[in-house]
Design a protein around this ligand. Sequence first.
Ligand SMILES: [Zn+2]
Length: 254
Amino acid sequence: MGQNLILNYHGIIDSRTQKGHSDAIYSIQSSVFEEHLKILKELPVNIYTINELKKAAKSELNVFLTFDDGHESDYEIAKPLLDKYGFKASFFISLINISENDQRWQQYRELAESGNTIGSHGVSHRFLSNLNKEQQLEELIISKKTIENKINREIDYFSLPGGMYNKMTIRLAKEIGYKGLLTTYFNYMESSSIPYLLGRWSIKSSDSLETYKGVLQKNKYVISKIILRNRLNKSLSILLGHHNLDKLNYLFNS
Ligand SMILES: [Zn+2]
């Protein structure tokens, strides 16, 4: 039986102009993103969107490309490159990054119409694990309804800001009608049984092309290193708080 691997990207910087949302840890260059797409094209993997999770069960390794936050680069940089290689992706919008009358809603409508998945990444980008019931409901429901109205499609998946959640998050998300929550725990998932909490590999600017290739080829050494770092990050994140950890990671990586 096959496996599913979900990759998580954030903003992409245009390598020619150096324009685009710049985050020291998560933003990658468009030239690097194109190298990723070339690697995907060469390997025996199939690319699907999150809405196609059920459809993807047949092949050996299914890869899902997801983009968080709702950056301008989704349409301006990622889409042209995805088109060039014939791939579709999934885009998770946080309402904090796109206002009510933003012209960019048209771009997301277009992305949805051409077969990409659009999902929710909440209203305020606050971590749901830090919120009470009313606040979590607000993040889950208002983002879902707003995006649905804007793109005229059902929003079935929610990407958790910071990958953070608690038991209440899962219960409320199910009640509201979400089909799944996307976390930032790295794992390969058996495609025969789709879990409600979907793990992802959150790609960082410090990850090399060798690491990328290693993950896609299921290189044991590369994977165990990522899982170890992932666990360490989660423990430190709980200990220090997410934002302090990002600062610390930045110091280590630069
Ligand atoms: Zn985010």
